[in-house]
Design a protein around this ligand. Sequence first.
Ligand SMILES: NC(=O)c1ccc[n+]([C@@H]2O[C@H](COP(=O)([O-])OP(=O)(O)OC[C@H]3O[C@@H](n4cnc5c(N)ncnc54)[C@H](OP(=O)(O)O)[C@@H]3O)[C@@H](O)[C@H]2O)c1
Length: 297
Amino acid sequence: MKKQKVGFIGAGKVGTALAARLSKGGYPVIAVASTGSPSAQKLADLVPGCQVFGSAQGVVGNAEHIFITTPDDFISKVASELTWHPGQNVVHCSGAASIDILEPAERSGARVGSFHPCQAFASVDQAIENLPGSTFAIEAQTPLLDILKDMASSIECDWIVLKPGNKALYHAAAVFVSNYSVALLKVATDLFQNFDVPTAQATKVLMPLIQGNLNNMRNIGLPNCLTGPIARGDVSTIQKHIYALQEKEPALLKLYAELGLKTVPIALAKGTIDETVSETLENLLKTATDVGKIKAV
Ligand SMILES: NC(=O)c1ccc[n+]([C@@H]2O[C@H](COP(=O)([O-])OP(=O)(O)OC[C@H]3O[C@@H](n4cnc5c(N)ncnc54)[C@H](OP(=O)(O)O)[C@@H]3O)[C@@H](O)[C@H]2O)c1
């Protein structure tokens, strides 16, 4: 497959990481434009042969395959303000938005797609490092679909193909494991404040637990990676948690119980609890979702 000339509009974490990796993977990344801050020059410094343009239209005029890697809110504005050429590829990297936000480019005859790395990027350096091994969720028609698959492979990434309408649910799934695991870390470290362990130290205490779980999830998979009191069918321990939370942190009871109710079927599928224990645990957790119904012993 002939590798098309690639350009980037937006030179933040994703744009820079993708440009640097695609260039290493053999794609000619030849053009970049941003809002005028030094970010575009920083991207160009990492990519041999890449020219900084003062306007996004300069990128569109020179590249055959253009990534719009601006924040989500600007993608459709950028797409509608530029003059696209028939046959060009125009691709965004948003997780939640579908390809329909590129409709102005499609109307001009461009092929449109989305190419979302299922990965969390907190900085440019970390994004460049973490990209290989990630999976891209691709939404596009052939022949752009095949080009995006080839791009993913060229940077040592995997891909899945999403149908129109799948994007929001796909992104909600990613938010559950990415952002909400951060929220759960915050919940847990806040609980440590009850026994005067500061956040940084609490994070250090919990990190090996998180890492061990990650290893189990990766190496053993669902449902057998589940450990802990629900997997053991340890009803009295769950009861103790509920009483302790009710006394010290009643606002967390509902969350604890809802997550517990999602955990019981995993233990059942693992085969370490039977239907009777599953039902006992579910009844206990359902009662706990109604704050006030639980009586401390
Ligand atoms: N961060 C993640 O973890 C992650 C993961 C997967 C997908 N994504 C997606 O990747 C895309 C980019 O996200 P990001 O995290 O890389 O964002 P980012 O780091 O904030 O970078 C955005 C870039 O866009 C530039 N920009 C803003 N408005 C522009 C405009 N009107 N014209 C041209 N350039 C403009 C910014 O310019 P300046 O540098 O001048 O400010 C910056 O270089 C988004 O669609 C996002 O949903 C992000």
